[in-house]
Design a protein around this ligand. Structure first.
Ligand code: MRU
Length: 333
């Protein structure tokens, strides 16, 4: 399953705002509408945003447009997922090396795309080991094939455990207000034949207290140097509840989601989105006119609530600052 394709110098995105009701692929030949697609969440999920932005950068190169301006426009689309900036910086380094020629840039974007799938598979292999037989795995938001170049981070762990013939079931938090869990996680797991049950976000404490959850696995938009992790709003509540009920809480993310230049969670920029995402469901207004709402898209789970961070290079455990330093030191050798 995938949500991003590059064919004949055109970028195609599966419109995630329309799922699960309609499957529509939208074509892009200009980088500016791709920035809009990231902003409006036609494409979403930290690694997927990075891949889409890398291809959008190629569209600017193909059109002979200013690459600095393209980078700036794309970088302004969403602030929290660090993979966006990671991918754009990697494309910029390549552009400096090849003088902005389109073909080497396309090859670089394709490499980012292919590496992301490989990283998800590696995370799956490392993560499946922490999934017990008969696990009931609670996840929040969608950290699946739709949120990556394919296979998924948190759902990559689920897929690998399922492929290893473990008898598992996923509990997908619905994830208000954009409903990534109810719409996207449920859709992609059902398509793969992986048992999934959707639960209202506010059922989490009750499900945990009644023994319905054996393990939590979530994705990440940015992991700070000390292991504090930004992910979809509501993740922090899941982590606090998991600690209360003694349930392991894992984060699954590739090294490209770890931002060593951000010292801790307090320094992670948190996106605030339009009030209309909260005040309306579909086209129906659900709050009184004029009442303000909070719509922070992400929250930060402190490192001490995290049992382990499953990366493409293995499982990191506390103390995370040292574990993160070590894994990058090995990579950079
Ligand atoms: O606002 P979204 O849908 O882009 O948020 C996505 C998440 O919070 C995911 O859990 C995260 O990006 C990891 S995706 C592998």
């Amino acid at each position: 399953m995938d949500a991003i394709r590059w064919e004949g110098n055109t970028l195609y995105l599966l419109d995630q705002t329309k799922l699960p009701v309609t499957e529509v692929w939208l074509p892009y030949t200009d980088y500016r509408p791709v920035a809009d697609a990231i902003r409006t969440m036609v494409v979403r999920g930290a690694p997927a945003i990075g891949v889409a932005a890398a291809y959008a950068y190629c569209l600017a190169a193909l059109a002979g447009e200013g690459l600095d301006e393209a980078k700036e426009t794309l970088a302004a689309s969403r602030p929290t997922a660090v993979n966006l900036f990671w991918a754009l910086e990697r494309m910029e380094r390549k552009a400096k090396e090849c003088g902005g020629a389109a073909e080497p840039l396309i090859a670089e974007a394709k490499a980012i795309h292919a590496e992301d799938v490989a990283m998800c598979r590696a995370m799956g292999a490392h993560g499946a080991a922490v999934v017990p037989e008969h696990a009931r795995i609670l996840t929040h938001c969608n950290a699946g094939a739709l949120a990556t170049a394919g296979y998924g981070t948190a759902l990559g762990v689920v897929r690998a455990a399922f492929e290893n013939r473990k008898n598992i079931r996923v509990i997908a938090d619905e994830t208000r207000p954009f409903l990534q869990g109810a719409r996207l996680t449920a859709w992609e797991l059902q398509r793969d034949g992986i048992p999934v049950t959707v639960a209202c976000d506010n059922a989490c404490a009750s499900l945990m207290s009644r023994g319905f959850v054996s393990l939590c696995v979530v994705g990440a938009d940015r992991i700070a140097a000390n292991g504090d992790t930004a992910n979809k709003i509501g993740t922090l509540g899941v982590a606090i509840l998991a600690r209360h009920y003694g349930i392991p809480f894992y984060v699954a993310a590739p090294l490209s989601t770890i931002d060593r230049s951000t010292p801790d969670g307090k320094h992670i920029p948190i996106e605030e989105r339009l009030a209309s995402e909260v005040t309306t469901i579909g086209s129906t207004r659900v709050t009184p006119e004029g009442v303000p709402v909070f719509n922070f898209a992400f929250d930060v789970t402190p490192a001490d609530l995290i049992t382990g961070i499953i990366t493409d290079k293995g499982l990191l455990t506390a103390p995370y600052d040292a574990a993160i330093r070590d894994v990058f030191a090995r990579e950079e050798q």
